[in-house]
Write a protein of this length. Sequence first.
Length: 269
Amino acid sequence: MKLGIFDSGLGGLLIAKAIKNHMPSIDMVYLGDTLHVPYGNRSDEVIYDYCYKGIDFLFSQDCKLIIMACNTGSAAALRRLQQEYLPGRYPDRRILGVVVPTLEKAAEQKHQKIGLIATNYIIQSNIYKEELQKINPKIEIFSQATPLLVPMIENDGMHWVGPILRTYLQPLLDQKVQSVILGCTHYPMLKSIIKKEMGDDLILLSQDEIIPKKLEDYLKRHPEISEPMGSSGIQEFYITDVTDSYERSAHFIYNKEIVIQKADIWDLH
């Protein structure tokens, strides 16, 4: 059996690569729903439907555990998938999100003022504030919606993103935050630009650095999930709409040519 990684676009590839670097022998299948990216301007019901189809596809590829790498998917659909979909369809398999592990890492920093940059949907959902209250209600979180970043990353706009990032981050710096959560799996691609614009003193909490270690810890604590998973190093890539731009970006992220296949997830059930 395999580890599945699901995302709405490019960002999940950064998580997949980071997990592979940390756990090179794990068998993995990646699915990016590029046909519908970005998810942030959709309704909860539509996001759930997209995620449902994506998760269903990955389970059909013999995945034992799936990481919902999409923050919007984690906010809009994860709990419902865990509570309604899994018990009836795959009661012995699991789906994990990225929000809670990220906040656990943030709380470990002992910082009292944390910034968050994320899509409009994530900010409006309030999921980071709600989940942080459960972990440590004494920590303040200051949120900044950054709606232009994902479209720029997905459409080769990285050359122009610096000034926009500076505008987005300034209100958080004015609040004297001690660290900033990059609350979208696309945003690790911006780490070097953020450092250039804002300086090395700003501590970034990036999901590509957090999720692999949290996943390793989870698998150690849950042998019933980890032991059936293959360890031959297989890695497969699927997306729902194959474009030249996506393939270029994927090859750039992996620093090599990778085989990307088209997944017709709408043909399932």
